[in-house]
Design a protein around this ligand. Structure first.
Ligand SMILES: Cc1cc2nc3c(=O)[nH]c(=O)nc-3n(C[C@H](O)[C@H](O)[C@H](O)COP(=O)(O)O)c2cc1C
Length: 341
């Protein structure tokens, strides 16, 4: 068989493989009964946390915190860049972006391709008041024309090099899955993450997986090639497997579940001990100190709670660690505990 090779940069692939190369979402769908995604979480899933998760509790794919397209196209670009900072080892990694100006999406998407991400995700779900009043995120659920422009602009920016996906909710003030998800699925997106709550629900009611299952059926009818990910209230892999079976989603996204069980994505679930969790907190603190110099210390404290809970005396240890005023003070305190246990 004649094989034609094209050589682009680092890759040398047969022509037919290049033409039919599957995007990361399709690869994951084809390789697993259901795949698992670490949810994008503002002020949580930065490069430091993602690196720690990848080492100890790897999800199949991760997303960045949401990064603003208007900020990217302004003098404040450097601040936005810190949200897209990553290393090769975090891949597959999706950059999540938000905003209300299609032109800025196109520009930022072009840059995201250059930065080596595996995909671009558009946030059409964030319900926070200050964000919604800019016309972005969940406000787009009520503005299909702008949502369509944004998707098309992002696709132009990505140039077909990496997939474009959307993460959204099942409605604005009321459930609107049929209308909203049908619309999104007619826009040629590569993946759709459905968080089973409306904007109005915030996080106050249980996630509605029946509506997520509805989105899967719409996908089957409207856009069979789009990969669908379900999201909301999944705390364990087993729950995720059950949810995927019941709803038909291809993948399951877990957010707050990792606060309760840091090892939620780990292959074998094990009992953790204080020593091990302190060692991971130490790793996280050192990496934060090293990589995100200039970043304030205080935001790091939320991770103390995430790593140090559920043990005998965890409350006392935590209270002591929370008293630290700097990276080095926290590292000293951790060392003292590690030596004493
Ligand atoms: C602290 C925090 C920050 C979040 N930031 C983002 C974000 O930047 N982008 C986004 O799409 N969703 C964000 N979310 C929503 C989560 O990605 C997810 O949709 C939500 O928590 C429901 O999933 P869960 O029940 O597994 O946590 C955030 C959630 C939390 C708790």
């Amino acid at each position: 068989m004649t094989r034609y090779y094209l050589i682009f940069g680092l890759q040398s692939l047969p022509l037919h493989e290049l033409i039919y190369m599957k995007n990361i979402w399709q690869q994951l769908k084809d390789s697993k009964t259901q795949f698992f995604v670490l949810a994008p979480m503002d002020d949580v899933t930065d490069t430091v946390f993602r690196q720690i998760v990848k080492r100890h509790s790897p999800a199949d794919i991760m997303m960045t915190e949401f990064a603003n397209t208007d900020g990217w196209c302004s003098a404040g670009k450097q601040a936005i860049y810190s949200r897209l900072r990553h290393i090769e080892d975090e891949r597959p990694l999706i950059a999540q972006i938000w905003g209300a100006n299609p032109e800025h999406y196109e520009i930022m998407s072009r840059d995201i391709v250059e930065l080596g991400f595996d995909g671009i995700d558009i946030n059409m779900g964030c319900p926070i008041k200050d964000v919604v009043k800019t016309g972005a995120c969940s406000a787009l659920i009520e503005n299909h024309d702008l949502a369509a422009e944004i998707i098309q602009a992002t696709k132009r920016g990505s140039g077909g090099n990496i997939p474009v996906s959307v993460k959204t909710r099942i409605g604005y003030n009321k459930i609107d899955t049929e209308n909203w998800c049908s619309f999104l699925l007619s826009q040629g997106i590569d993946a759709l993450t459905v968080h089973g709550r409306t904007k109005k629900d915030m996080s106050k009611v249980p996630a509605n997986w029946d509506e997520i299952a509805k989105a899967v059926k719409l996908r089957d009818d409207i856009s069979p090639q789009t990969v669908v990910i379900g999201n909301g209230d999944v705390l364990t892999i087993q729950q995720g497997i059950d949810r995927a079976k019941e709803s038909g989603v291809d993948g399951v996204m877990i957010g707050r579940g990792i606060f309760q069980n840091f090892f939620v994505f780990a292959e074998s679930q094990k009992d953790t001990d204080l020593d091990e969790m302190l060692a991971i907190l130490k790793e996280h603190t050192s990496l934060h100190q090293q990589l995100l110099q200039g970043n304030r210390f205080e935001p790091l404290k939320k991770f103390i709670k995430m790593y140090v809970h559920g043990f005998k005396n965890a409350g006392t240890v935590r209270a002591n660690l929370m008293d630290a005023k700097s990276h080095s003070e926290l590292l000293d305190k951790i060392d003292k505990y590690i030596k004493s246990v």
